[in-house]
Design a binder for this molecule. Structure first.
Ligand code: F6P
Length: 356
């Protein structure tokens, strides 16, 4: 099918690099004679008819900007039949033939709903969490981690001066990868992630021993999802550690600070490749795919496969969730989950082994 006009939107939590993806979508589409409309404010922009034409010049310099110039939203109305009807109306009114939706898991659910309602949609990753199992990498992850490292290095300065332990909580929702990788890269004495039970006693023992050997300051990185999103695991851990080790401890929650900032090269590159690929896929007549990075290649993965893989990895599969897949695909998913679990465990063990 030859498209004349496509829409592009960013949805869910913003991520550094989203603008680079939009830029790639706009310029690749225009190069192929396709007009581009920017949908403002994610899926709510589609519901409320907030669209603007985008030219190659409109996205000039955006590659170096954090946040999302198209603005974003977490839109519950889009999940309702009324919301979807309004969104489809907007597409019809502006002759939008297809959409590129940039975001995370929630964004891809919206993308598949749109495809099912007759608007071919492709998802491009844009989330700091790196929590989409089908892809090795999500745009925003690298910038967020570099911000964490910078912040922890600052905390190290003051921690070393005062001989304190600094417990730092980082975002990531149910995925501990930001904490795990930054824990290793910041030389943390311990890392707590949702994927692996945290051994408080071992941490206390290690800190007491290391202090006896002369270590002044300690960094501990905690992922926000440990104990569930509503728990105060990091804060409570800081109190326990101070009480049991006698080492003065401070808790810091980095929160949204890691969502902003100038995207790193890693993010600009992945975003550019993924954005361009999304348009190529639409031109090939494909939809309902998420653009992934696997072993450094930019490849499409079926969105439903991606959802099922996520559920399997997070052990949230329900009856019937795998019915649409072949034996071969299910085997492939299981192998992936085993590999990913081993990878996380390997990094976790490395973090602990290097903590001296
Ligand atoms: O998914 C990205 C993310 O930053 C998570 O790490 C975090 O849990 C969540 O979004 C925060 O959402 P909000 O910006 O809506 O508070």
């Amino acid at each position: 099918m030859k498209f004349r006009k496509i829409g592009v939107l960013t949805s869910g939590g913003d991520a550094p690099g989203m603008n680079a993806s939009v830029r790639a979508v706009v310029r690749t589409a225009l190069e192929n004679g396709i007009e581009v409309l920017g949908i403002i404010g994610g899926y709510s922009g589609l519901i409320n008819d907030k669209v603007i034409p985008l030219t190659a010049r409109d996205v000039s310099n955006s590659i170096a900007k954090g946040g999302t110039l198209l603005l974003t939203d977490r839109c519950d109305e889009f999940k309702t039949p009324e919301g979807m009807a309004k969104a489809i109306e907007t597409c019809k009114k502006h002759h939008i033939d297809a959409i590129v939706a940039i975001g995370g898991d929630g964004t891809f659910r919206g993308a598949t709903d749109l495809t099912n309602h007759g608007i071919p949609t492709i998802g491009v990753t844009g989330t700091i969490d790196n929590d989409i199992s089908a892809t090795d990498y999500t745009v925003g992850f690298d910038t967020a981690m570099n911000t964490v490292i910078e912040m922890v290095d600052r905390l190290r300065d003051t921690g070393e001066s005062h001989a304190r332990c600094m417990v730092t909580e980082v975002m990531g929702r149910h995925c501990g990868e930001i904490a795990l990788l930054t824990g290793i890269a910041s030389g943390a004495v311990a890392v707590a992630i949702p994927e692996i039970d945290f051994d408080v006693e071992a941490c206390i023992k290690k800190m007491i021993q290391l202090r006896a050997e002369g270590k002044r300051s300690f960094q501990i990185i905690v992922s926000e999802g440990v104990g569930g999103m509503k728990s105060d695991f990091g804060e409570e851990l800081a109190e326990i550690l101070e009480e049991r080790t006698g080492i003065e401890t401070r808790f810091n929650r980095l929160g949204h600070i890691v969502r902003g900032g100038i995207p790193t090269l890693r993010d600009r590159l992945a975003a550019s490749r993924m954005g361009a690929k999304a348009v190529d896929l639409l031109l090939e007549g494909k939809s309902n795919l998420v653009v992934c990075e696997i072993d450094s290649d930019i490849v499409p993965v079926d969105i439903n496969y991606s959802f099922a893989l996520d559920k399997m990895y997070k052990k949230k599969l329900k009856d019937g969730d795998l019915d649409a897949f072949t034996e071969e695909q299910i085997k492939e998913m299981r192998e992936f989950c085993a590999r990913k679990t081993a990878y996380v465990k390997e990094l976790y063990d490395l973090a602990n082994a290097l903590a001296k």
